[in-house]
Design a protein around this ligand. Sequence first.
Ligand SMILES: [Zn+2]
Ligand SMILES: [Zn+2]
Length: 354
Amino acid sequence: MRAAVLKEHGEPLEIEDVDAPQVTPDGAVIELEACGICRSDWHGWQGDWDWLGIQPQSGQILGHEPAGHVVEVGENVTEVQEGDHVAVPFNIGDGTCHECRTGHSNTCENVMPLGFVEQVQGAFAEQMHVPAANHNLVKLPDGVSSTDMAGLGCRFMTAFHGLAHRADIGAGDWLAVHGCGGVGLSAVHIGNALGANVIAVDLMDDKLDKAKELGASEVVNAGEAEDVPEAVKDLAGGAANVSVDALGIATTCQNSILSLGNRGQHIQIGLTTQDEQGMVSVPTDAMVMQEIEFIGSLGMPPTRYDEIFRMVQTGKIDPSAVVSETVELDDVTSRLESMTDFETVGIPVIDKFD
Ligand SMILES: [Zn+2]
Ligand SMILES: [Zn+2]
C-alpha cells in the first residue's frame, strides 16, 4: 500500500510502497478515505515532543485524523464489523486500564498517540491498523462523508472536549480563543454553539475572517493590538470568563491567562514547541489574586462522541465547516511546509491515497 513515511525530521515525507497492516485479535484494519493534516503532524515532522517521549522516529507513518471503512476485524472484536464507517480518535487507549474503564481513555495509563509511536502507525496511508478496536473506533452516523468528519479524530473533538467537558461555559460568557488554526477555529465554532460570545485572536486576518464566519462576534489581530489581553478585555466590557490557548506557545498561553477576570478559566489545548519544551512561566500572583484556574485538556474519550453527533444532527455544529481544502497523499509535505509559516487556513484533508 502507499504511505507517506517520515525519514528525517524536517525533510520531505517519502511516498513509499509499504506492507499493508496485519490485523491482530483485538484490532481492526481501516481503509482510509480521509485524514486531516494537523499542526501536531507538523510537530512530529519537526521532531518536537521528545520531552513528552512521543518524538516520531524514522520510518513512522504520521497522520491522526482518520475516517474510513473497516475492512477487517480481529477474532475478539465485537463492537464493529467489516463495512462500518468510522473515525479514530488520536488518543488510542488500551480499553482495559482504570482510566479507560471509567470513561477517561484520553488519559489511558498506556495511551498511544496515533501516528507518533511505532505501535500505532498513522493514517497518511491507504490502510491503518487500530488496536483495541472495540474501544477505539467511533462509528459515524449515516449520511456523513469521511472528508467532513476528518477533524473528529483530533482538532474538532479536542476543542469540543475542552469547552464542553473541561470548561464551565455559561450562557453569554465571553470566550477568548487565542490562535485560530484548526483547533482554534473549531473552538470558535463550538464555543458559539454552546452559548458563549466568542472573541477570536490571531495574527492573520484571513483566519480572523474565517473565525467570524464560524461564529466569532469579535476579533483581535494580535499583530496590530498594542496589548492583546487588554484588547480582549475591552471587547468583553470587563474580561473573558473562559480563554483557550489553542496554539501552545508562551505568548498565547500568557495572553490567554491575562485575558481572564476573576474566577476565569484558562483551557490549555495546544502542546508547546521547541522554544518552550513544555515549560511556560505564568502570571502566578495574578492567578492567585483572581482565583484563575489553569485547566489542561487532551483529546476526547471515544465514549462521548454521541454528544457531538447529536449536535451535528440538529445543525448546531458542523465539523465540515472547518475543513478548508482536500488534497492528495502526495501533497502532505507541501502542507506541512506551509504550516511552518502558519499559512494554512482551517483543516486540509487528504481524500486521495492511491
Ligand atoms: Zn491533530
Ligand atoms: Zn487504558
